[in-house]
Design a protein around this ligand. Structure first.
Ligand code: PSV
Ligand code: MN
Length: 424
């Protein structure tokens, strides 16, 4: 299903006058507004192929209807999002949930929708029906060499799929760990994981990056083999310059200072990318910015400051991805909300007067420092984000337009009510 540009524009017309007023009001006091708008236009967030259907919990899964039945339909769904917000120009695939049978035609379809392929993700946390060895007791960390070998080979297979599609990074998230004290020899399991990652690393083309994703708990509840940013950083450092840490916002213990983690990883040149989501208790995979938008802003503040300090390109030098699971919302509406929240936090961070903030810090003016951050955070930047979309032919109000065009209803007509997308 394609969303025609003219239909989006027709619906934009109804909100254009009010948008202009709001935009002039906010942009009037921002001297570098054109630069900010351009940065917002350039900034693209990859959509996970596994979050386009209903997720679920161990208690149940409630289908939302019209879920994509195959990779082609997943690409179409991301195309819909990108048509509406012009900021979702990439898709991140999870293998084997999304094996591209014919890479060239999949690539051509994605190009039609203006999409690129972001990081490919491997899966050694579930057993597949045709698999020789089981991952019940881990993959790269496993005491049995045959299991480790199978996990390495799977990752190399994923890299091959990625190369065929034009991806340039591999995200490795391991569910490895232990659920009971005594189950694992921590040192041995670290060494096995490192050995495996080294083999996978060696199979990556020179221009590729490996993102080592960490997570504090789940599915293992006593220890995780890559449990925090320190462990991920250790692996990434030992592996070499193509290996980086990936920060999934939901993978920390409660109240972790994620912005500080981000700042230090950036300083060391070891921050690779993000899985954006939000959470209240753990890895809740909720809509970005739905629980703690101030934290998201503070993270972006560190990102902008840290990337500028290293002369990095905001749009291309880190991997920007969403990782979400949708239990009760229409996934496409939720993803539109998530991307919007990311763009808002980014725009607010671009408003922070870094020089003035540094001056306040130098004089220990704590009050002023807080004022500067909150001045940016409390600015309603939504008209700036909308203006960037408008300039690129997107919708002024993506969720509203999605509903006005009866997108979900049409997807249900096309695909049926009882379809199930692959993913968690
Ligand atoms: C694990 O919780 C994770 O965050 C990893 O990124 C996986 O690839 C993804 O979720 C699977 O849904
Ligand atoms: Mn993740």
């Amino acid at each position: 299903m394609l969303l025609e540009k003219y239909k989006i524009q027709e619906l934009n017309d109804a909100s254009l006058k009010t948008h202009r007023q709001h935009y002039e009001f906010v942009a009037g006091s921002i001297s570098n507004r054109d630069e900010i708008i351009q940065k917002l236009i350039d900034f693209q967030v990859a959509i996970p192929s596994w979050a386009l259907g209903a997720g679920g919990t161990r208690f149940g899964r409630f289908s939302i209807g019209g879920e994509p039945r195959n990779l082609e339909e997943k690409i179409e769904d991301v195309g819909l999002l990108h048509a509406l917000n012009q900021s979702s120009g990439a898709i991140s695939l999870h293998i084997p949930w999304d094996i591209p049978e014919n890479a060239n035609s999949v690539k051509a379809l994605a190009a039609q929708h203006g999409l690129k392929f972001d990081a490919v993700n491997s899966n050694t946390f579930q057993d597949q029906p045709d698999q020789a060895q089981s991952y019940k007791f881990g993959s790269l960390q496993h005491v049995d060499k045959l299991v480790r070998k199978q996990a390495v080979e799977h990752n190399i297979e994923v890299i091959k799929h990625g190369i065929a599609l034009g991806s340039e990074s591999l995200t490795v998230w391991l569910s490895d760990g232990s659920s009971f004290p005594g189950q694992l020899n921590f040192r041995k399991s670290f060494q096995y994981v490192l050995e495996g990652l080294k083999e996978i690393y060696a199979a990556m083309p020179d221009n590729w990056k490996m993102f080592v994703e960490y997570k504090a708990f789940e599915p293992n509840f006593y220890s995780m083999s890559v449990g925090d940013w320190g462990q991920s950083y250790l692996y990434a450092s030992k592996l070499g310059p193509k290996a980086y840490t990936l920060v999934d916002l939901g993978h920390h213990l409660p109240n972790a200072n994620i912005e500080q983690i981000v700042s230090l990883l950036l300083m060391e040149g070891k921050l690779g990318g993000f899985h954006f989501n939000d959470s209240k208790y753990g890895d809740d995979d909720l809509t970005v910015g739905s629980i703690n938008p101030y934290q998201l802003f503070l993270i972006f503040n560190e990102l902008v400051e840290g990337m500028d300090a290293r002369g990095m390109n905001h749009a291309t030098d880190l991997g920007w991805m969403i990782d979400a699971s949708h239990n009760i919302k229409d996934p496409l509406e939720d993803l539109l909300q998530s991307v919007e929240a990311i763009m808002i936090a980014y725009a607010q961070a671009l408003l922070v007067d870094a020089k003035e903030l540094e001056t306040a810090r130098q004089s220990n003016d704590v009050v002023k420092a807080q004022e500067i951050l909150q001045q940016a955070y409390r600015t309603d930047v939504r008209p700036l984000v909308a203006e960037a979309r408008l300039k690129e032919g997107g919708a002024l109000k993506p969720v509203e337009v999605y509903r006005q065009l009866k997108t979900r209803e049409n997807l249900i007509k096309e695909r049926g009510l009882k379809t199930v997308a692959t993913g968690l």
